[in-house]
Write a protein that binds this ligand. Structure first.
Ligand code: ADP
Length: 498
């Protein structure tokens, strides 16, 4: 039997094109699928500065498709268009400004995926599944349906807050038929929504944790799309992301000066000393003994970074020092710069993206704060656990699915791995940190907790097996058109005659 063929479409891929967690997923999941015998190609846009691969296709309008392989042999197909070539960052330019041709740019990515899905470009390789990720790729199921491409489609929501909204006229520019602009299809409060088009037309939907899959069906977490999602609840699955052990393993991590394992968590002390030196803080005695809490994140309201700032004086008063690595919202950046000026011995802030420093902070910190208001999955808390930085989290989405609160029962049965905030505000964060610092004082108890956190594994293989089940369901749905039975008949007729 020939292997299942999957075209995985993404706008990020670690480390080539990384902004956030999507890049890690796009690098790890296709590789895990290959290891399960799936034939995968990853379709990515090629922006300025990225390598050029071997040319596969070249069109007169300057568009081309080239191929390169990762070190482990995974095939990447890079879409090269004049518009992507102008971009220095995938979503924003070097000054953090968004681009004004997102619809056209990402529309071309969706069109390219569709052309491949329909095997219309002579590549001689046609996928059984087109696996789209985020709004930037979410027009593909609709375009594939219009092109009568036989491939089934799966859309993964990594963050429902980003929806790809554009003026209705954009549909015309993109060559979409008028019927698409109805509320049962891709219209969303007077705009064209790429994401909604994907939610309505993909054969199967997934999101990146079971808890988030349930949360987005509610108005509190549904970002206005909970009604659409409730209409497709039978097609929606939550699959937890994995953590790539080849990148995130404190025993083998080449970015660390001192390595350690859960068998010898006390060796983490050397990594803490390294971090203190990096931060120019004293690396002996009381300074080495006192707890360090870290934040590594995009500085946005989603991540609850403002709650950490609000609680800061109290967090310092309970004995914590804070290390923050991140960039983003300028008000939050200013707030953290100000905090570092005010408390230079207690607060260290680096407002940039720095992979090496991130690894060293996970390794050298005692606690990791993640008071996210919502969290589709979150990779940072998994990395923190693996490196023995005990997470303190707001238990939503993937945080609730991955971190087990250190309540007395779970401490006693050895399943505890972190601390849950009792309420999603600065006071809740403080209360959870107070519990954590109190426990930190009990050295054997703390070491046990660190060892338990470090022992957690999130294998990509397990996630990839779940995706295979979803792919099979998508193929069945496509074959029986079951995915469409929830669409109004007028829409089906319009789609059928388009
Ligand atoms: P999101 O995808 O919402 O940004 P995740 O927790 O899923 O959040 O993934 C974020 C990833 O990016 C993690 O691997 C984290 O270590 C990394 N990261 C975030 N900010 C930085 C930074 N400033 N420098 C280095 N790595 C970062």
């Amino acid at each position: 039997m020939s292997p299942l063929r999957v075209l995985f479409v993404s706008t990020e891929f670690a480390p080539l094109l990384k902004v956030g967690g999507l890049a890690d997923v796009a690098a790890a999941l296709p590789q895990a699928l290959v290891e399960l015998g799936v034939d995968v190609r990853v379709l990515l846009p090629r922006i300025r500065g990225m390598p050029t691969g071997r040319a596969l296709l070249r069109c007169p309008d300057g568009t081309g498709l080239s191929q390169m392989e990762t070190d482990s042999g995974l095939a990447l197909w890079l879409l090269d268009t004049p518009a992507f070539r102008r971009r220095t960052g995938i979503y924003v330019d070097q000054d953090g400004r968004p681009y004004d041709d997102d619809a056209e740019c990402f529309g071309e990515l969706c069109r390219c995926a569709t052309t491949i899905a329909a095997d219309d470009c002579g590549l001689g390789w046609r996928p059984d599944i087109v696996h789209c990720n985020e709004w930037q790729t979410a027009l593909t199921p609709l375009l594939s349906m219009l092109a009568r491409a036989p491939a089934a489609s799966v859309l993964t929501i990594h963050n429902l807050a980003h929806q790809g909204l554009f003026p209705l006229e954009t549909a015309n520019t993109l060559g979409l038929p008028d019927w698409v602009l109805q509320p049962a299809a891709a219209e969303f409060w007077g705009q064209l929504s790429f994401l909604k088009a994907g939610l309505v037309f993909a054969d199967r939907l997934t999101t990146v944790s079971p808890r988030y899959a349930a949360e987005i069906l509610t108005p509190a977490f549904g970002a206005g799309l909970d009604g659409v999602l409730r209409g497709r609840v039978g097609a929606l699955t939550g699959i937890l992301n994995g953590l790539d052990e080849s990148l995130w393993n404190p025993c083998t991590d080449p970015l660390l000066e001192h390595r350690f394992s859960e068998q010898h968590p006390e060796r983490k002390r050397e990594a803490k000393r390294d971090l203190l030196r990096t931060l120019s803080w004293p690396d002996e005695g009381a300074s080495l003994d006192a707890p360090i809490a870290a934040v590594i994140a995009r500085l946005t309201s989603q991540k609850g970074i403002d709650l950490v700032l609000d609680a800061l004086p109290d967090l310092l008063a309970c004995g914590l020092r804070l290390v923050v690595l991140g960039s983003g919202d300028s008000i939050l950046e200013q707030g953290w710069s100000e905090a570092m000026r005010r408390y230079p011995d207690r607060v260290a802030v680096q407002l940039r993206f720095d992979e090496t420093l991130a690894h060293r902070i996970y390794a050298g910190s005692d606690m990791f704060l993640m008071p996210s208001r919502f969290e589709p999955c979150g990779l940072a808390q998994m990395s923190a656990m693996r490196y023995g930085a005990v997470p303190v989290v707001n238990p939503v989405g993937g945080l609730a699915d991955t971190v087990v609160d250190a309540d007395p029962a779970r401490l006693a049965n050895g399943s505890a791995t972190g601390f849950w905030m009792p309420t999603a505000d600065a006071h809740g964060l403080l209360q959870a940190c107070e519990r954590a610092t109190a426990m930190y004082g009990d050295i054997p108890g703390w070491q046990r907790l660190v060892r338990q956190a470090m022992s957690c594994r999130f294998p990509w293989r397990r996630s990839a097996e779940h995706y295979l089940e979803v792919y099979r369901a998508a193929i069945e749905a496509r074959a029986s058109h079951a995915a469409r039975t929830d669409l109004p008949s007028a829409l089906l007729m319009a789609a059928g005659s388009a």
